[in-house]
Design a protein around this ligand. Sequence first.
Ligand code: CA
Length: 510
Amino acid sequence: MQRQTRREFLRSLGVLAGSAGAWAMLPQGVGRGQGAGQKRPNILFIMSDDHDAHAISCYGSKVNTTPNIDRLAKEGMRFEHCFCTNSLCAPSRAVILTGKYSHLNGLKDNKDTFDGGQQTGPKLLRQAGYETAIIGKWHLKTDPTGFDYWHVLPGQGVYYNPPMIEMGKRVKHQGYVTEIITDLALQWLKGRKGDKPFYLMLHHKAPHREWEPAPKYLTFHDDKKIPEPATLFDDYSGRGRAAHEQDMTIAKTMNNRDVKLVPPNGLTPEQKAKWDAAYDPKIKAFQETNPQGQDLVRWKYRRYMQDYLGCIASVDESVGRVLDYLQEAGLADNTIVIYTSDQGFYLGEHGWFDKRFMYEESLQMPLLVRYPKEIQAGSVNQDIVMNLDFAETFLDYAGARAPDDMQGVSIRPLLQGHTPSDWRKSMYYHYYEYPAVHSVKRHYGVRTQRYKLIHFYNDIDEWELYDLQNDPDEMRNVYNDPAYADTVKELTAELKRLREKYKDTTGTPI
Ligand code: CA
């Protein structure tokens, strides 16, 4: 029955004989663009937090293997140039929900509160007849709106024994957060009644700082080789003040809690025993060798990666469990499965952890999409897409018209293997959270396939230009290099055009 459409199935039961069919009863606008008798696809949106593409093996990771996440690339499409418009947790979530830039959806940094009264993709999907749910990390301060069911972590949430909020009520959970979120998602999927298509946002907390792995993965990466990035000891020569004055280095900013010289709170006695068994030998070895200088950075980097990758092991396992369920339930063919993260992350590149900068590691989001009916297995896309496009893409698949004030573009043609001739050649970025933790200065910029122009502003007025073809690691700002004078001129005009197009009047004008 998997390959049979719903209409064919119903017809075989005699249900549709001579009737106008179910489409006549759908709300206005629904069904447009759908072939007659096509059942609208379910949408499973899986998003982790701070999962850098370079920690996913189908993206060529040198430090990790993710066999289950890789299944989505093998059976679907992998995007190489998916970018976030503002590389920070809550702002990226707000962009994904609204299809609007931060300056219009009202959530510019993690201190802002999301206005749940505004139009969102989930609300429109629900109006279009989808059953909607969010399970896991929410992080937008106000309660979720537009969902038939929600069960979320308060704030950042915790890894062990996390309290959660189910439809407004506080619930206690015992266990490990990634496994709990997965269990809840499967429970919701299995408990669905009726035949509405679903839109499920399955949002993991992992692998967000402080990177606390599940008990079974506490020592999982202890014996694995974890190569160091070439720029681990970057001294930021060749770049401006912003790179010099940030506060997100492994050397100085990463603390004892991050590297687990201090254990987390809230463990049960059993969890604590496993934790101590895993970490006491590491702490002892550290005290005995007492590394200093670059050796200390190397030790911290390794500790950081062991825990970060340990968290991802559970996320990968979760993806496998959910994909297996879709297969077993006969839902795999008619469900669009998306895997992404709210932004990228530094895995020691430039000596950093965290995100925020418009540099490649934090700008890029992993994006994998599987939908056997439209997407060629094992395909790779190089076009520029953004988290801004997600809401409109899902509305497109739901057969609902996207409102004119959404600012993205449906990526459905790309998924079908056709890049429209007028597809965007550049993307616009704007980061706001400063002064704040990690001290990354405010900046906006434009990225094309080859270049990136950035303007740092507020208590600074500096421009940076990178030629990604000749300098993929972004080590040399060529803004003042006469050889790039024309490029600077063109990109400045493009940046100005994009600020006007997206109606962004925030930040220092160009
Ligand atoms: Ca994040």
